[in-house]
Design a binder for this molecule. Structure first.
Ligand SMILES: NC(=O)c1ccc[n+]([C@@H]2O[C@H](COP(=O)([O-])OP(=O)(O)OC[C@H]3O[C@@H](n4cnc5c(N)ncnc54)[C@H](OP(=O)(O)O)[C@@H]3O)[C@@H](O)[C@H]2O)c1
Ligand code: SF4
Ligand code: SF4
Length: 392
């Protein structure tokens, strides 16, 4: 099979998309200095990003997904992609987060202008209302953003309008009923969340299919969690196919679903990009035997009681105590998987004090983080668990 998909949204879109939320970061002090005059794109490794863009396009892929709210991402893609390739060579998506600080309709609408200015793209092939549900939809309703994006579509600044959502299947269905004009949805789909009651990926996918909406997949590797499996679980996959990367199982699972436009992989370096290209260039849907292997992996994962944090970082801005919530959960998961308390305590100190962040003990249980958590995690309770393990 070719990289091209059957046409959705009027184009043959290859099944692997480039998620621009986790671009490579600079470690070279010389590059850091030379890039530091750039506004918000300063920490992104532009040289590596440009090389990733080159190899991605060269391999026949075309879909890039950024957002107003991804720090530095729109500016980085302006330099690495927009300034270096003819506009018709790629498809670019961005997103409008009306709930993120806009106090008036004009401020919310201005996010589109800002995204267009930052990227220099002229128009967006795909434009999404970002992260609907859980109380955030109100901002889009109050500011009339649904009508605004349709008007911008008629004006040619947007080609296709969709939305992303982490809320449940009922919320998704209510939105699709209320807004039949929406052309596609972006959903978190991966094999671990397919039947996970906290995510209900399967039910959301089924709702989208029932309403005839093509799906763009986000977080196919669960933000990286599905490549850091405990050895005994990873071995199930390695035994089934010694040559396949752990990421390939996750990306291929999502790409195998009917109605999926493309799978956005949040690739953070060239090696990840090359790995993904290697199996998605000549994409093969999962076989029945491969599905069975993943079922065994999911059963084994259920035994671990890990924190389902995807390190999306959405909670960080809401924590006035400056607690490194995803950093703490990373350590907690490491401990729950490997049981090495001394090592975990060392890593905990690094992810909190050394990085200038507060630890779990600073939590005042205000629950502001829980209101925005994309995974609906019981953050306060899990922080208590971390405090008892690593601070007491
Ligand atoms: N609309 C929304 O609300 C929303 C929310 C989240 C994401 N998104 C979009 O969806 C995209 C994808 O989500 P995501 O970034 O969470 O993606 P993901 O593909 O689930 O996770 C990416 C992470 O997986 C790890 N990884 C290891 N090997 C890999 C490989 N071969 N290929 C890919 N990843 C590998 C990397 O983590 P390490 O580098 O740590 O190993 C990488 O940063 C985002 O970039 C963003 O564009 C949208
Ligand atoms: S509940 Fe704790 S971690 Fe969450 S925002 Fe409040 S202080 Fe921060
Ligand atoms: S705790 Fe929730 S919002 Fe925060 S990084 Fe993890 S998944 Fe994202």
């Amino acid at each position: 099979m070719d990289v091209a998909n059957k046409p959705y949204l009027g184009a043959d879109i290859p099944k692997l998309g480039f998620g621009l939320m986790r671009l490579p970061r600079l470690h070279d002090p010389e590059l850091q200095e030379s890039a530091s005059s750039a506004p918000a794109g300063d920490q992104i490794d532009l040289r590596q990003t440009a090389q990733m863009v080159d190899e991605f396009l060269e391999a026949g892929f075309s879909y890039f997904d950024t957002a107003y709210g991804y720090p530095g991402s729109e500016l980085a893609i302006a330099k690495a992609l927009v300034a270096r390739y003819p506009r018709e060579d790629y498809l670019l998506a961005s997103k409008l987060p009306a709930w993120a600080g806009a106090k008036t309709a004009a401020e919310a609408e201005a996010m589109l202008t800002t995204s267009l200015e930052r990227t220099g793209a002229g128009y967006f092939d795909f434009y999404l209302l970002h992260n609907l549900g859980q109380g955030r939809t109100k901002a889009f309703d109050d500011f009339g953003i649904w009508d605004f994006v349709q008007a911008q579509k008629r004006a040619g600044l947007i080609h296709h309008v969709g939305f992303s959502i982490h809320d449940g299947p009922e919320a998704l269905e209510d939105l699709l009923k209320a807004h039949p004009e929406i052309e596609f949805v972006q959903l978190q789909i991966n094999y671990a969340d397919w039947d996970n009651p906290a995510q209900e990926a399967r039910r959301k996918y089924e709702v989208a299919r029932r309403y005839g909406k093509p799906v763009v997949v986000m977080e196919p590797v669960k933000g990286g969690n599905l490549v850091t499996l405990p050895t005994h679980i990873a071995d199930l996959l390695r035994k089934a196919n010694p040559g396949a990367s752990l990421a390939s199982w996750a990306v291929r699972f999502a790409a195998s679903l009917e109605g999926v436009v493309t799978v956005l992989s949040g690739m953070s370096d060239l090696d990840q990009l090359r790995d993904n290209i290697s199996y998605m260039r000549d994409f093969r849907p999962l076989s029945q035997a491969e599905h069975k292997t993943l079922e065994a992996v999911v059963d084994a994962l259920k035994q671990l009681d890990l924190v389902d944090c995807t390190n999306c970082g959405y909670c960080l801005a809401s924590c006035q105590q400056n607690i490194n919530i995803p950093g703490i959960f990373e350590v907690l998961n490491m401990y729950l998987q490997f049981g090495n308390l001394d090592f975990a305590k060392g890593q905990y100190g690094w992810n909190t004090k050394v990085l200038g962040k507060a630890g779990a003990g600073a939590c005042i249980a205000c629950a502001k983080c829980e209101a925005v958590c994309t995974q609906a995690l019981p953050i306060i309770e899990r922080l208590k668990q971390a405090r008892q393990l690593f601070e007491d």
